[in-house]
Design a protein around this ligand. Structure first.
Ligand code: C2E
Ligand code: CA
Ligand code: CA
Length: 763
């Protein structure tokens, strides 16, 4: 029997070997032999082996591959030992089964198209091949085994189709389309891909009810009834599936009258535990989606969640924009607006306005030693004390970390304003009881400006208040000072920094540090970002946070930026290539102000020439949070830079902040840098993870490469590997370092073991 020919003899494995050890009790099960499992899973959508015991005449399944079970919506162990007939659709004609048996018994291979039966009772169309296997004993007295191979032919969404869907939806996101449009599009896609399905979407309204938003071709009131039922019954259920008979009678009957057999419910979840709504797929005949359909639905629901989250962010931005989230006081924007209005009213009413700038003394110190939580408690308590100190009609707002602005309308004179300041200083000096049982004391300094006529801008008034505050602090903190015309303290400081920065340029006080960027798949350093530092005599090494803004405001950023570009090029020219020819790419940051200047191009071209550098080794980073007015001017300069062959990255990128439109405008960019705040939330915050993964998918679909900034942990690095991110930058790989240290890292080149090498099993 060993050499018996079996039909077309195209088995992907050696049958006797596969069936070794298959003898035994009345019912035998072949262990999931790696050779069968692996080949079957790769070659076919499903494999089963069955046998018949001559004594009992009982046919049963001895092997069911994982993927066959999955195709049928079951686990292998739910099928093993059962009659092979359970695999086939109830509608399979008996005559067909008999014909198959006859062919197989003659030692031939039967190939037919037929339907299998899914756990949901739905039919799964397959091409099947059946054949008998030789027996396992050499004398031929063993039992016959039958091998069945299946290949699915049902019109399931194929991977290409899925990708196209995802791309379409992503494009809607890129183009900043309304949530409503994205929802309609999503529903249409689902209905196109899933035969017999109708897709409804409901969004959660402020009271927590699900509001029908997209209802397909159903009647509104039916969808509304279903959503109401879901609101009441299964608010926090994930992925429930309801058959029409499981629903309240009225709804169930109504659904049946539309031929709807089951509802698949998918929550649209957002950041934290917030639910944005649900997607309901109403299906004509199936209880559950097929695995490929499930995958499509899950992808779409994720896109919807990102879009919904963004819409929500935009909507709440209006409120957030005006109130400080910690203290609920009016924030800087709102208080400045109130200030402007109060100043405008001054002409009509004959009273004065007093503006008090309150600053907690050494609050940063307090935060550092006591922790930010204690700091927050103090700020909250302080905001309440300030509110209690002022009169009806006065306004308190928070304009900075530990700075508050008090607007006192209808003030008579400086004496009254001073006693108000006095009152505030005293109320701050009272001990603060913290929730951890300790009590702390602190002091505040107050700068006062009296305004008696319209005409001054809020910025001027704040400037004067800051200058008065400076005097109060100088006088020993814990007190107040009135602004005196001509003092212009703040302006003096600004002027001082400006002068010092000028000197810094000629005195060689500016330094570039370099932070390596690493290719994720190889773990190799491929370049670095140049980050400026100021080695200011008497002040130590200053971070850009303390002077870039002043440089931008005074226009000094233009010569400073030119220095950065030239210095970076000088350094690049000295970095050797790697043995395999890899050369580093250095990127520098550009401010909006630089982009508005024609001279930038001259600066770049002459730096490239002077240091003989190929433009493709120099990159520029432009922040996504650039102001709209600046964009138009920036675009043409950026186009020219990219025309030179330089690389261009959009810095601080993050979907969800209404800035996707910029991506279209910055179409000359080749890279996006995902903001470190999102990378930080990877794996911790669903929203951040969704944003990072959507940003990566988005970049892919637009052919951009993706850099993740601020990678601090191995977990984040591995998550980025999985999401297909190209480049990583962050403390995990290297901090910004001096040029010599950066060069040493470049020589070392491999800065981290790639995920795959650390985890060869791909877990
Ligand atoms: P940026 O362009 O977003 O630069 C990245 C900043 O993130 C750097 O701060 C870097 O030290 C920091 N960083 C890098 N990896 C990590 C990490 O894993 N965790 C955390 N928490 N931080 C990380 P830096 O050097 O203080 O620069 C701050 C900003 O100053 C830069 O932000 C950039 O906008 C600006 N800047 C720096 N150099 C220049 C320059 O030459 N010209 C202009 N116009 N702006 C510059
Ligand atoms: Ca940057
Ligand atoms: Ca950045």
């Amino acid at each position: 029997m060993q050499d018996q020919r079996i039909g077309e003899s195209e088995l992907p494995f050696d049958p006797p070997l596969a069936l070794e050890g298959a003898l035994g009790d009345d019912i035998e099960i072949i262990p999931d032999d790696a050779s069968i499992g692996a080949i079957a899973n790769r070659t076919y959508d499903g494999v089963a082996i069955s046998t018949i015991r001559p004594e009992s005449g009982r046919a049963h399944l001895v092997y069911v591959s994982e993927n066959l079970a999955e195709l049928l919506g079951m686990r292998p162990d739910q099928l093993l030992g059962r009659n092979p007939g359970v695999l086939f659709s109830e509608n399979t004609p008996d005559a067909q089964m008999e014909a198959i048996s006859r062919i197989v018994e003659q030692g031939l291979q039967a190939r037919v198209r037929l339907d299998l039966q899914h756990a949901s009772m739905a039919d799964v169309a397959v091409e099947a091949a059946f054949l008998a296997l030789p027996t396992t004993t050499s004398d031929g007295t063993g039992w016959p085994y039958y091998l069945s191979l299946f290949r699915a032919t049902s019109p399931w969404p194929r991977p290409e189709a899925l990708l196209a869907e995802q791309r379409d939806l992503l494009e809607s996101l890129v183009h900043g389309r309304d949530l409503a449009d994205v929802l309609v599009q999503a529903a249409e896609r689902i209905e196109e891909q899933l035969k017999g399905a109708s897709c409804w979407l409901g969004l959660t309204d402020p009271t927590g009810r699900l509001e029908p938003t997209v209802v397909g071709d159903q009647r509104d009131d039916l969808v509304e009834a279903v959503l109401d039922y879901l609101t009441e019954s299964s608010q926090d259920t994930t992925h429930v599936r309801l058959r029409s008979e499981d629903l309240p009678l009225e709804i169930g009957m109504e659904l049946q009258s539309y031929g709807i057999h089951a509802l698949w419910v998918y929550p649209i979840s957002g950041a934290g535990r917030r639910g944005h709504g649900v997607m309901v797929v109403a299906h004509n005949d199936r209880d559950a989606p097929h695995p490929a359909e499930q995958q499509l639905l899950e992808q779409i629901i994720r896109m919807i969640a990102v879009s919904a989250e963004r819409a929500l962010t935009e909507a709440s931005l209006a409120h957030q924009n005006l109130h400080d989230s910690l203290t609920q006081l009016p924030n800087r924007a709102l208080i400045l607006d109130r200030l402007e209005q109060a100043v405008a009213r001054l002409g009509r009413e004959s009273q004065n306005l007093a503006v008090l700038l309150v600053d907690l003394d050494r609050f940063k110190n307090f935060n550092d030693t006591r922790g930010a939580e204690a700091g927050d408690e103090v700020l909250i308590e302080l905001s309440m004390r300030l509110r209690r100190s002022v009169r009806l009609g006065d306004t308190v707002g928070r304009i900075g970390g530990d700075q508050f602005l008090v607007l006192c309308v209808a003030m008579n004179d400086e004496a009254d304003a001073s006693s108000m300041a006095e009152r505030i200083v005293r109320s701050v000096a009272e001990p603060f009881e913290l929730s951890n049982g300790t009590s702390v004391t602190t002091t505040a300094s107050v700068g006062i400006v009296m305004v008696d006529a319209p005409g001054s801008s809020p910025a001027q008034i704040i400037g004067s208040a800051e200058s008065a505050l400076g005097s109060a602090i100088e006088a020993g903190r814990g007190g107040y000072a009135l602004f005196e015309e001509g003092l212009q303290q703040r302006v003096v400081i600004r002027h001082e920094v400006e002068q010092a920065l000028h000197l810094a340029l000629t005195e060689d006080e500016l330094v570039l540090h370099y932070q390596p960027v690493v290719e994720i798949k190889s773990g190799r350093m491929v370049g670095a970002e140049a980050l400026i530092r100021w080695d200011r005599p008497g002040h130590g090494l200053l971070s850009p946070a303390s002077f870039i803004e002043i440089a931008e405001e005074t226009g000094l950023i233009v010569p400073v930026g030119a220095w950065v570009i030239d210095e970076a090029c000088r350094q690049i020219s000295k970095w050797p290539k790697q043995p395999d020819g890899l050369r580093p790419v250095i990127s520098v940051n550009l401010s909006a102000k630089q982009l508005a200047e024609e001279s930038l191009l001259v600066t770049v071209v002459s730096a490239l020439d002077r240091h003989r550098i190929n433009p493709n080794r120099l990159g520029f980073e432009v922040t996504e949070s650039m102001r709209v007015e600046d964009i138009e001017a920036a675009i043409s300069t950026l186009e020219k830079l990219s025309g030179l062959g330089c690389r261009l990255a959009i810095d601080d990128f993050g979907i969800g902040y209404a800035t996707l439109d910029y991506l279209r405008r910055f179409s000359m960019a080749d890279t996006i840098k995902i903001d470190r705040s999102f990378v930080n939330g990877l794996g911790k915050s669903r929203e951040d993870s969704a944003i990072v993964s959507a940003s990566i998918a988005l970049a892919r679909s637009l052919g951009l490469s993706v850099v993740a900034e601020g990678v601090e942990t191995v977990e984040q690095f591995d998550a980025l590997t999985e999401l297909g991110c190209d480049i990583a930058q962050g403390y995990l790989l290297a901090r910004p370092v001096t040029v010599d240290e950066a060069l040493a890292l470049w020589h070392k080149n491999q800065l981290i073991e790639p995920t795959a090498e650390r985890r060869p099993d791909g877990q």
